[in-house]
Design a protein around this ligand. Structure first.
Ligand code: NAP
Length: 258
């Protein structure tokens, strides 16, 4: 049995939809006091109302690309929930942009959100995480970039591999403050963002997963919760793949039919 995380203050960036909303739900169910963050205030408020069935969930609208927004998010967590014990740096975007036609703006937008936004979110919470006796950072990276590739998402893959590079060095800097930082590498998880990629994409992905199903947001949320427990306190700078075995087959022929 793991030590409960009851009463701990948890920030989930991108907690208003998809994987982040799933992470927020799991922490709320576990008794955490959760602050969810997204740019759209209407979506954020509706998500917080929905998640309130599970426990204490508040919201704020903020853009993680902006330093002042990240700092404001940390202040709100302190005001509303008494500090920051866990930061789930999850917000991210994945627009398609083939390499032959990718623009400088496409690259800037993805790197600013997924990579710079992650680093700024972590920096803004550092003093509060250090004050906590259970400081934890959990970054949502991806299999795309650190392990696999997918045509059309080279800038995204670079941003996600960049997050893992960040986690490894940050882990060394944060260890002395009692803070751990790890990354979850999801495969294909059913979310609003993924649904936007279309049915063909979904069918293609299901065929490439040994477990023959896409992941659920709970599959990722439960791993985030584990990484936040006291019992996971000696794990830092690591990556955990949550993908139903998707990265394992050498080819589609390696996956048994049915
Ligand atoms: P999603 O359903 O599109 O949700 C993305 C969340 O991030 C939303 O809450 C969105 O809210 C927020 N967000 C985006 N840009 C933001 C910004 N600049 N500032 C603040 N919030 C921002 O996406 P998802 O599928 O759950 O993906 C979440 C994370 O998991 C991403 O980092 C993604 O790369 C990673 N991931 C997803 C999958 C998958 O299969 N779904 C697989 C591997 C990795 P607003 O739009 O209102 O800002």
């Amino acid at each position: 049995m793991f030590t409960p995380v009851t009463g701990r203050s948890v920030i989930v960036t991108g907690g208003t939809k998809g994987i982040g909303k799933g992470i927020a739900k799991v922490f709320a169910d576990a008794g955490g006091k959760v602050l969810i963050v997204g740019r759209d205030p209407l979506v954020a408020e509706a998500a917080a109302v929905d998640l309130s069935k599970h426990g204490t969930v508040t919201w704020t609208a903020a853009n993680i690309c902006a330093e002042e927004d990240c700092e404001r998010v940390a202040r709100i967590a302190v005001e509303q929930h008494g500090g920051v014990d866990v930061l789930c740096a999850n917000a991210g975007i994945f627009p398609e942009a083939p390499l032959a036609t990718i623009t400088a703006e496409d690259i800037d937008e993805v790197l600013a959100t997924n990579l710079k936004g992650t680093i700024l979110s972590v920096r803004a919470c550092l003093s509060e995480l250090a004050r906590s006796e259970h400081g934890r950072v959990i970054v949502t990276s991806s299999i795309t970039g650190p392990i696999t590739g997918f045509p059309g998402w080279s800038h995204y893959a670079a941003s996600k591999a960049g997050q893992v590079g960040f986690v490894r060095t940050a882990a060394i800097e944060l260890a002395g403050h009692g803070i751990t930082i790890n990354a979850i590498l999801p495969g294909n998880i059913v979310t609003e963002g993924l649904t936007g990629l279309g049915d063909d994409y979904r069918r293609q992905m299901e065929a490439s997963i040994p477990m023959k199903r896409l992941g659920s947001v709970d599959d990722v949320g439960n791993v985030a919760l584990f990484l936040a427990t006291d019992e996971a306190g000696y794990i830092t700078g690591q990556t955990i793949v949550v993908d139903g075995g998707q990265v394992l087959p050498e080819s589609l022929q390696a996956i048994p039919a049915g």
